[in-house]
Write a protein that binds this ligand. Sequence first.
Ligand SMILES: Cc1cc2nc3c(=O)[nH]c(=O)nc-3n(C[C@H](O)[C@H](O)[C@H](O)COP(=O)(O)O)c2cc1C
Length: 173
Amino acid sequence: MDKNLFRQVMGHFATGVTIVSAPTPEGAHGLTVNALSSVSLDPPIVLVCIEHDRYSHQLIRQAGCFAVNVLNEKQRHWAERFSGLHAEEARFEGIRYRREATGAAVFDEALAYLDCHVVAAHPAGDHTIFVGQVEAAGLGPAGRPLLFYGGRYLPLIETPAEEAKDLRGEDYP
Ligand SMILES: Cc1cc2nc3c(=O)[nH]c(=O)nc-3n(C[C@H](O)[C@H](O)[C@H](O)COP(=O)(O)O)c2cc1C
């Protein structure tokens, strides 16, 4: 299987963009993740896929927990920062966050969040599938999601009829 073709094919699957955080002895660490899926409703379970050699992989394994912070369209610079694009930048600078159930960082300004403890970890190629049971979840300030498609960040474009309200029936800010 040609790797470039595989990448191109998967690039046609549009996703949201999240920052997955894990607690460290000093505070918090995080990385940009789009490999997120809902798995089970009862109990609520999600999965994230994290590359083996990433620092975050080690931290999630050690801590046994992670939080998923869903980004809005105005938080693209966070996605860039947490994927190491600006390696010199401190990832958490200027980001307000708190701890909920597990101790992983939950961003005050995230569109939505999930706070999970790891119930299984399955090796899969160069990634590990971390399966997390959701201990806390919630919504942040209303907004439009940040999307990722074809290797690019994109805003959500809606038809005029849908435009006026967000998922919660609130006006977009
Ligand atoms: C849009 C986007 C999505 C990404 N999704 C993932 C992912 O699902 N899993 C993963 O391991 N890395 C993913 N990455 C790459 C990590 O964010 C990047 O390697 C990061 O620098 C790892 O940080 P760490 O080594 O400090 O843990 C993604 C990057 C981008 C830009």
